[in-house]
Write a protein of this length. Structure first.
Length: 202
């Protein structure tokens, strides 16, 4: 894989990657974006973040990918899809409400190509503590994973094949040591990742 170009735009890093050894039939290009932290305007974390600006940044990023990188065949989103979920109950999703996961899904639906997400530490937090100014972790990771399965149809880790190249999407929030507190934090967790054994088989 050869890194062709990096574009830092709209507070999101867009990385263009070209795979293949030359102009063979298996050569392809894809885009990588990360840490998009979708947040809903008016949610508690809006006090400390510009939630509307964050949403506008992602909308512009999708437009940029569609226009400037139209040759890309898919997009990888490498974690921290949302600022935090605000609920770990799957029944709260796809029920007509507004939440970060469904807002993310709606914005990314405008991409002209498929996209493949990985779950980051923010995606395992389900609240925002205003006193601490930090996210609070979910009580049950299985419930959070059920939310992502319901909203995006993804497993906590998975793999896919594109033109003969296998992409393995791992999840560092599942290992025994993954749930420790982040540095300088009283609530936020999963900054020190660890893998569970099962995903090494995917």
């Amino acid at each position: 894989m050869r890194l062709c170009r990096i574009l830092l735009a709209l507070a999101v890093a867009v990385v263009i990657c070209n795979c293949g050894g030359g102009k063979g039939v298996n050569e392809f290009t894809f885009v990588v974006i990360s840490d998009i932290h979708v947040r809903v305007p008016g949610n508690p974390d809006d006090r400390d973040y510009d939630n509307a600006g964050n949403v506008a940044d992602l909308v512009r990023t999708v437009e940029t990918i569609n226009t400037r990188f139209a040759g890309a065949e898919f997009v990888m989103v490498t974690g921290d899809l949302v600022g935090c979920l605000f609920s770990e109950d799957p029944a709260d999703y796809l029920a007509g409400g507004t939440n970060p996961a469904e807002l993310l899904k709606a914005i990314m639906a405008d991409l002209a190509v498929p996209w493949h997400p990985a779950l980051g530490n923010h995606d395992y937090h389900t609240g925002y503590d205003l006193a601490a100014g930090e996210m609070s972790p979910a009580r049950n990771n299985a419930d959070v994973e059920a939310v992502w399965r319901k909203v995006l149809g993804i497993e906590p880790y998975y793999s896919f094949v594109h033109k003969g190249a296998r992409f393995v999407v791992l999840n560092s929030n599942r290992g025994a040591s993954a749930g420790g507190l982040c540095p300088l934090s009283s609530l936020e967790r999963y900054c020190s990742g660890a893998f569970d054994g099962g995903q090494m088989l995917c």
